[in-house]
Design a protein around this ligand. Structure first.
Ligand code: AMP
Ligand code: ZN
Ligand code: FE
Ligand code: FE
Length: 291
């Protein structure tokens, strides 16, 4: 068990090559220690394939909080809004969740292939083989964005997330399979995990859900809101902090580090030690691992 004290630095949301980050899980934990973190959560999209490698490579003193980030959708009237649910300390072998994640990863693969083929069909020099070879687990739009950069079509990964390319209303955007958001929360709970709503106010990525959806998530077991996130401005953070307080939810913070595919750095936002302790106390599906 790691010594967690008031000075501990805790980053609860990162990605590795097991999804759309650029650091291998082993590189990620080494980088987390070098950044001065005491706890890092590995939360790859729709899979836990990076956990074992990260655990095996843990530098002395660093604690790994095993996690996942599940692709989900909320329906509000006629609108379908994409959102992400973090699940900490889930049991990685809980079959209902495992099966859903496998279906999502399969759909991500075919969706990404169709997106790259549509871009190629318009005469752009992009390759599906190159794109897929960069993904060690769940394929995501950031992999396609990297291919667009490599082909000289956009300058940066962020520049690919536009209407012209693969932004949510983009010319080449296709959706992947997603879990209904209440099912995502329920499945994390059923897997013994602790569900936290990732970047609930990240309006730069597309529409964000209304408070009524967050209340409904609470009713099925949501434990927290990721308030301190690079995509949230000060006003959004203040509003979400108030909402978390009203609803009795934990407040978490993270970098949502993706290695070279985002400009955020490890530890850019943190989670309070007492919040981390509450997550550890609530999780039953797996345990934090200390190097
Ligand atoms: P996907 O889940 O495949 O649709 O891809 C969504 C992922 O792309 C998110 O999890 C982010 O990591 C990344 N992303 C979304 N919007 C942007 C953006 N504007 N700039 C860079 N990365 C983004
Ligand atoms: Zn990502
Ligand atoms: Fe996310
Ligand atoms: Fe993420």
């Amino acid at each position: 068990m790691a010594d967690i004290d008031a000075a501990s630095r805790i980053d609860l949301h990162t990605h590795s090559t097991a999804s759309d980050g650029t650091d291998t899980p082993a590189e990620l934990v080494v980088a987390a220690a070098a950044a001065g973190l005491d706890v890092v959560a590995l939360t790859d999209h729709d899979g836990t394939g990076g956990w074992d490698e990260a655990a095996a490579a843990l530098p002395s003193g660093l604690t790994l909080l095993p996690g996942i980030e599940i692709s989900a959708v909320a329906v509000e009237g006629e609108r379908e809004i994409s959102l992400h649910v973090l699940g900490y300390l889930i049991a990685p072998d809980y079959l209902p969740l495992l099966t859903e994640c496998q279906l999502i990863r399969d759909s991500r693969f075919h969706r990404a292939r169709r997106m790259v083929e549509a871009i190629a069909a318009d005469g752009h020099p992009v390759s599906w083989d190159r794109t897929r070879s960069r993904a060690g687990g769940a394929v995501g739009r950031p992999h396609i964005a990297t291919e667009l950069v490599a082909a000289g079509l956009v300058a940066t990964v962020a520049d690919a997330f536009t209407d012209e390319w693969i932004g949510e209303r983009g010319r080449y955007y296709l959706p992947e399979r997603k879990l209904a958001v209440l099912d995502a929360v329920r499945l994390v709970v059923a897997a013994g995990g602790v569900p936290v709503f990732a970047h609930p106010g990240a309006s730069g990525r597309g529409s964000v859900v209304s408070e009524s959806t967050i209340v409904a998530m609470c009713e099925v077991g949501l434990a927290g809101l990721e308030v301190d996130h690079p995509d949230h401005d000060a006003e959004t953070r203040a509003r979400l902090r108030g909402l978390a307080n009203d609803l009795g939810l934990l407040v978490t913070g993270s970098s949502d580090y993706h290695g070279g595919r985002k400009t955020t750095v490890l530890g850019e936002n943190g989670t309070a030690p007492e919040v981390y302790q509450a997550i550890v106390a609530a999780g039953r599906g797996s345990r934090p691992i200390t190097g």
